[in-house]
Design a protein around this ligand. Structure first.
Ligand code: FAD
Length: 330
C-alpha cells in the first residue's frame, strides 16, 4: 500500500430513509482506529437526499470531514446511482482506503463500484493490523475455518467491507468535523433499475443484527412444542429469539431467525445459546457477540470454546430456573 495522506481513510456509511444502519457506527470506529494507527485522518460520507441532519450528527465525531453526498436520484438506493456518485466523490477526495459496513446494500454495489475502477474489494473483514506502516486485513475462508491476511496492491483507492460486530460502535471517538456538501452529476437515464417497495420475507421479518440481546435455540430443544420455553426466556430478557439451522429447516422458527453462514450474522451485547452444539457454520454468524452464554448438557460441546459463561446442564431444568431468577431480579 502506498503511503497514506491526510484524509486518506474514508468510511461510506449506510442510512435508509433517514435512519442509520447500526453497522455504520462500527465502520466509523474502524476508520478512526485505522487513521490513528496509520498516522492519518479519517473522514466519513453519507449518501442520499435530505441528509443534512444525518451529516450534522456525524459531524460530532472525531473526523477530518463529513461528506454529504446529496442528489434527488440518491433518495432511494440503486446500485447505479450509488456507484456513479461515489466514484465522483473519490475523484475529488482521493481516499487511500474506503471502508464500508458489510450490509446487503454494500454487498450489492461495492463489487460493481470497485470493478468499475479496476480494483478489488476485500469483503467481510473481521480485523486489521498495521505492520511496518502496511495495512493488513483479516478475513475468513472456508466457512470461518481459516483466517487469511490480505494486503492491498497497486494504486488507491482500496476497498473493504467490515463484518457485523468486527468493530465496536461504542468505541467511536467524539469530536468535531466540518461538513462538506458534494453534489454528484447524475442523470435519470444512467440509472437502470427502478426501486420499488422494500421486499420483506414475511410480516414478522426481523433484523437480528440490530438486537442487543439474542436468545438462540438449537436442536437440544427436541421438538417444536418446546419452543415457547425459550421464547419465554427471550421475553423476560427483552431479547430477540433466534435459532440454529436445523430449527429453521424444520419450520419450527422462520428462516429469518437463523444465525450462521447461511443465515444472519449477529453481534449483540449478549448471545445466549440454548442447546446449540457450536458447529462452525453457526459460530461464524455469532462469534462477534460481546458476551456469549451457552447452556448445553455436553461439557465438550464446541460452543463452550467461544462462550464467556457456560452452564453445563439440561436446558429443561436450567431455562425455567433462569426465567424465575430473572423475574425475581427485576
Ligand atoms: C453449507 C452449510 C451451511 C450451514 N449453515 C448453517 C447456519 O447458517 N446456521 C447453523 O446454525 N447451522 C448451519 N449449518 C448446519 C451446521 O453444520 C450444524 O449442523 C448446526 O448448526 C447444528 O445445529 P444445533 O447446534 O442446533 O444441533 P446439534 O449439532 O444437533 O446440537 C444440539 C446440541 O444440543 C445439546 N443438547 C441436547 N439436549 C440437550 C438438553 N436437554 N439440554 C441442553 N443441551 C442439550 C447437545 O449436547 C448438542 O450440543 C450449515 C451446514 C452446512 C453444510
Amino acid at each position: 500500500m502506498s503511503t497514506p495522506q491526510s484524509g486518506a481513510i474514508l468510511a461510506v456509511l449506510e442510512q435508509r430513509a433517514g435512519a442509520w444502519n447500526r453497522m455504520s457506527f462500527e465502520t466509523l470506529a474502524a476508520v478512526q482506529q485505522l487513521a490513528g494507527e496509520l498516522g492519518t485522518q479519517a473522514s466519513a460520507a453519507v449518501v442520499g437526499a435530505g441528509i443534512d441532519a444525518l451529516a450534522g450528527e456525524l459531524a460530532s465525531n472525531q473526523l477530518e470531514k463529513v461528506y454529504a453526498v446529496e442528489h434527488d436520484l440518491l433518495k432511494d438506493y440503486t446500485p447505479d446511482a450509488y456507484s456513479l456518485a461515489l466514484r465522483q466523490l473519490f475523484e475529488q477526495v482521493k481516499p487511500q482506503v474506503v471502508l464500508m459496513p458489510h450490509t446487503y446494500q454494500v454487498r450489492d454495489f461495492l463489487p460493481k463500484l470497485a470493478t468499475s475502477l479496476g480494483k478489488v474489494a476485500v469483503s467481510d473483514v473481521i480485523a486489521h493490523r498495521v505492520e511496518n506502516g502496511q495495512l493488513i486485513l483479516v478475513r475468513q475462508l472456508f466457512q470461518g475455518k481459516v483466517n487469511a491476511d490480505v494486503r492491498f496492491a497497486g494504486d488507491a483507492p482500496h476497498f473493504a467491507s467490515l463484518q457485523a460486530g468486527a468493530y465496536r460502535a461504542d468505541q467511536v471517538a467524539a469530536g468535531s468535523a466540518a461538513v462538506e456538501k458534494f453534489s454528484p452529476q447524475l442523470a435519470p437515464g444512467e440509472i437502470r433499475t427502478k426501486p420499488l417497495e422494500l421486499f420483506r420475507e414475511s410480516a414478522r421479518a426481523v433484523d437480528l443484527s440490530a438486537a442487543e440481546i439474542i436468545v438462540s435455540v438449537g436442536r437440544g430443544i427436541k421438538e417444536a412444542d418446546n419452543i415457547p420455553l425459550v421464547q419465554k426466556l427471550a421475553d423476560v430478557l427483552g431479547a430477540e429469539l433466534a435459532a440454529s439451522r436445523p430449527i429453521c429447516d424444520a419450520g419450527w422458527l422462520p428462516m429469518e431467525r437463523q444465525v450462521g453462514s447461511s443465515g444472519q450474522t449477529v453481534a449483540p451485547k449478549m448471545y445466549l445459546a440454548v442447546g446449540i452444539s457450536g458447529a462452525i457454520q453457526h459460530l461464524v454468524g455469532m462469534k462477534g457477540s460481546r458476551t456469549v452464554v451457552a447452556i448445553n448438557k455436553d461439557a465438550n460441546a464446541p460452543i463452550f470454546e467461544v462462550a464467556d459463561y457456560g452452564i453445563v446442564g439440561d436446558l429443561f431444568q436450567v431455562v425455567p430456573e433462569l426465567i424465575t431468577a430473572i423475574q425475581k431480579a427485576k
